[in-house]
Write a protein that binds this ligand. Structure first.
Ligand SMILES: *[C@@H]1O[C@H](CO)[C@@H](O)[C@H](O)[C@H]1NC(C)=O
Ligand SMILES: *[C@@H]1O[C@H](CO)[C@@H](O)[C@H](O)[C@H]1NC(C)=O
Length: 357
């Protein structure tokens, strides 16, 4: 009784606080050659866009407020992370782009941030999953983070006005040809991240990069076989749309319950099949990051580089399945040692629900 009342109150205050804009970010077609200074022009509720979308040599560096990101290749992508040390929940609307390559007006990801990465390119999207030292990205040790995406509670995106481009989605004609992804989703926290940028011309883009499963983390939103201490790029099939699963030959859809009700998906996600994986050494991938220092505003890292994700050892998989009892069932995918990282992932999204409510 008491708890359902609290839920009702929370839901109504949430609805009253932020109205959904009439021009959501997901509908804004912004050619790479016509990026405006800021793509978001709203000021009400959450305030104006914190950074900008035109990024160049004058904005480049560790104080950049660039909010235009790229997801190209294993050696060439960006994450969104806080501009100064704070949790993802506190800064979801104002995250900025941190990238692996200089020359695009953004911050650079400090050397040693990644301890394992897996990129899977499928017909419908590019997915990258990684193990990170999140303290190098202004995210406090122990923050289990949450979801950022091109939707958001008011349609303005998280970060507000965040744009994402790729030179490896359909429509690109080469490395200098960038196409916009309007459907993307990104979880970061618990020393892990997963991102998926969907081909906006694909009719399934909205389902493959679904925005409504923000409390069930990478395991469900980006099922994968990433391993700590391995850097690899693969090809793969498209996953089943987030939330869907097959039971007794029928495709069923599970929907995340409202805030305040624990999300308990009735299925264990299975990574889509992947092939042609090529492994790399991180030194070869990220030689240009060698000189990037830790940004001035953040505290020194307090613990080992790998944290929760690394604690389960080099065989750890990132959030492949929902419960440890599912290990056996998932082991055909090599997913047999993901207990610790999974707990981080699930508690992460539960923690984040408090901030995101
Ligand atoms: C460089 O980026 C800044 C920030 O968006 C912008 O104000 C400035 O006009 C840009 N400069 C050029 C030459 O485009
Ligand atoms: C495009 O970039 C990728 C990696 O960033 C690189 O491997 C590839 O050689 C580049 N292609 C061309 C044509 O330069």
């Amino acid at each position: 009784m008491v708890s359902s009342l609290l839920i009702a109150l929370a839901a109504s205050s949430y609805a009253a606080a932020q109205s959904f804009v009439s021009d959501p970010l997901i509908d804004k077609v912004v050619p790479y050659t016509a990026i405006p200074y800021q793509v978001d022009h709203h000021t009400a509720d959450r305030g104006p866009q914190a950074g900008y979308n035109i990024c160049n040599s004058t904005t480049e560096g560790q104080t950049s407020m660039c909010q235009t990101a790229y997801v190209n290749h294993l050696d060439d992508f960006c994450l969104f992370a806080p501009p100064k040390e704070a949790t993802i929940g506190e800064t979801e609307g104002i995250e900025v782009a941190w990238c692996t390559k200089p020359g695009r007006g953004t911050r650079l990801i400090p050397e040693g941030t990644f301890t394992g990465l897996q990129l899977v390119k499928s017909p419908g999207y590019i997915q990258i999953v990684g193990f990170i030292d999140q303290t190098k990205l202004n995210i406090p040790d122990g923050d289990y983070g949450g979801e950022l995406d091109s939707g958001g509670q008011d349609g303005r995106g998280n970060p507000i006005g965040g744009l994402v481009y790729s030179n490896d989605l359909p429509g690109s004609t080469g490395n200098d040809s960038f196409v916009q992804s309007r459907h993307w989703t990104f979880f970061i926290g618990g020393d892990q991240f997963c991102l998926k940028v969907c081909d906006s011309t694909n009719p399934e883009a909205g389902h493959l990069c679904e925005h409504i499963y923000d409390r069930i983390g990478c395991a469900y939103n980006a099922p994968n076989t990433a391993q700590n201490n391995v850097f690899e790029a693969c090809e793969g099939e498209d996953m089943m749309p987030v939330g869907t699963y097959v039971e007794n030959g029928q495709t069923l859809t599970w929907t995340q319950p409202p805030e305040g009700v624990a999300p308990t998906p009735p299925y264990t996600p299975t990574p889509a099949s992947s092939s042609n994986c090529v492994t790399y050494s991180s030194n070869a991938l990220f030689s240009q990051l060698a000189t990037v220092g830790i940004s001035g505003s953040q505290a020194a890292p307090t613990s080992g580089a790998t944290g929760a994700a690394g604690a389960s050892g080099s065989g750890a998989r990132l959030g492949v399945s929902g419960t440890s009892s599912a290990d056996g069932a998932a082991s055909t995918n090599g997913a047999n040692a993901m207990g610790v990282s999974l707990i981080a992932g699930i508690s992460g999204v539960v923690f984040s629900a408090l901030f995101f409510a």
